[in-house]
Design a protein around this ligand. Structure first.
Ligand code: COA
Length: 310
């Protein structure tokens, strides 16, 4: 039996910041942001809401959706580059709040590819019969490391959390293949010192190439052809990067997940958040073949091919 995703959860902070709001603060325009990135608005957490609060809300929903109780979880993995503190980890903070008393807990730092790294790690523990259930959360409060005066980065990011429970699924469903990778030589292009610092053009070039290659690689590793893929869930960084990956797979527009216009780039949270909306709105159904693909600072990347369903 393969590992698969048993349930999903998400948290989007209620506060909406539109492109028009940003126009009032920095030298930018709604037209520029929309045409270069596809982003129309993003959600920003308030001062009282930290990364662990958003992670907790998404995790609670994922457990309910997977129909398992907190004490059944063997391991909690939280992918984040914006933890509440450098220690204790966000994973231990939510372990306590969920009452997941039988779970080990650690955070993963792989930036926007973090959720992919988390799910692949969870799969190893589940398929080796080490743990029955692994909770994986992708969560970011990027607003606290964003320089709101820097138009190169301030328009791109948002806050949020997405979560899943990885466990065994039935029949031929589950994670069919995966790919993880890293290129530390590109670390300089996207860094956090005091704030996020980015060479947008270099990141863009890397992302366009890597997203397409990884999406194709997992499809082939699963023994499938491009035509077998029902739905693509790319990391929601920039609509032009997402479109490039979709075109490499030869999929029509309606077969790609798109939430970047509503939430901006929520880093490790973007893929699970987008998937929750796709499930709620009927775009993903049982037995669909889904390709998820992400990239981020590091540089890192990761992709999964999943036959959906429990
Ligand atoms: N509003 C208005 N103008 C802006 C702007 C903004 N928010 N940000 C940059 N510009 C300007 C630049 O200063 C530049 O002006 P110049 O030509 O006078 O120097 C001009 O717009 C064009 O910049 P360019 O870099 O060519 O734009 P682009 O088409 O490459 O788009 C990004 C810029 C950042 C949207 C794009 O490079 C990108 O998405 N990169 C990847 C970023 C990413 O995904 N990061 C997260 C990874 S997980």
């Amino acid at each position: 039996m393969r590992a698969g995703l048993l349930g999903m959860g998400k948290y989007n902070p209620p506060q909406v910041v539109t492109n028009q709001d940003l126009e009032k603060r920095i030298d930018t325009s709604d037209e520029w942001i929309r045409s270069r990135t596809g982003i129309e608005e993003r959600r920003i957490a308030d001062d009282q809401t930290n990364t662990s609060d958003m992670a907790f809300e998404a995790a609670k929903q994922a457990l309910e959706s997977a129909e398992i109780s907190a004490d059944q979880i063997g391991l909690i993995l939280v992918a984040t580059v914006t933890p509440d503190h450098s220690f204790p980890s966000v994973s231990t903070m939510i372990q306590e709040r969920l009452g997941a008393k039988n779970a080990a807990a650690m955070d993963i730092s792989a930036a926007c590819a973090g959720f992919m790294y988390g799910v692949v790690t969870a799969k190893q523990f589940v398929e080796s019969n080490t743990y029955d259930y692994v909770l994986v959360v992708g969560v970011e409060k990027l607003s606290k490391i964003t320089d709101w005066e820097d138009r190169n980065t301030a328009v791109l990011f948002g806050d949020g959390a997405g979560a899943t429970v990885v466990g065994k699924v039935s029949g031929d469903r589950g994670i069919l293949s995966f790919e993880l990778g890293a290129d530390g030589g590109g670390g300089k292009y996207l860094m956090h010192n005091k704030f996020i610092e980015m060479n947008g053009r270099e990141v863009f070039k890397f992302a366009v190439r890597q997203m397409g290659e990884s999406a194709l690689a997992v499809t082939e590793k699963a023994g499938l052809a491009k035509e077998d893929v029902d739905f693509l869930i790319p990391h929601q960084a920039n609509i032009r990067i997402m479109e490039a990956a979709r075109e490499r797979l030869g999929l029509p527009v309606e077969k790609m997940s798109k939430s970047v216009h509503k939430y901006g780039n929520t880093s490790a949270a973007s893929i699970p958040i987008s998937l929750v909306d796709d499930l709620a709105e009927g775009r993903v159904k049982d037995d669909d073949v889904i390709v998820m693909v992400g990239f981020g600072s590091g540089l890192t990347w990761g992709a999964l091919c999943i036959k959906w369903g429990k």
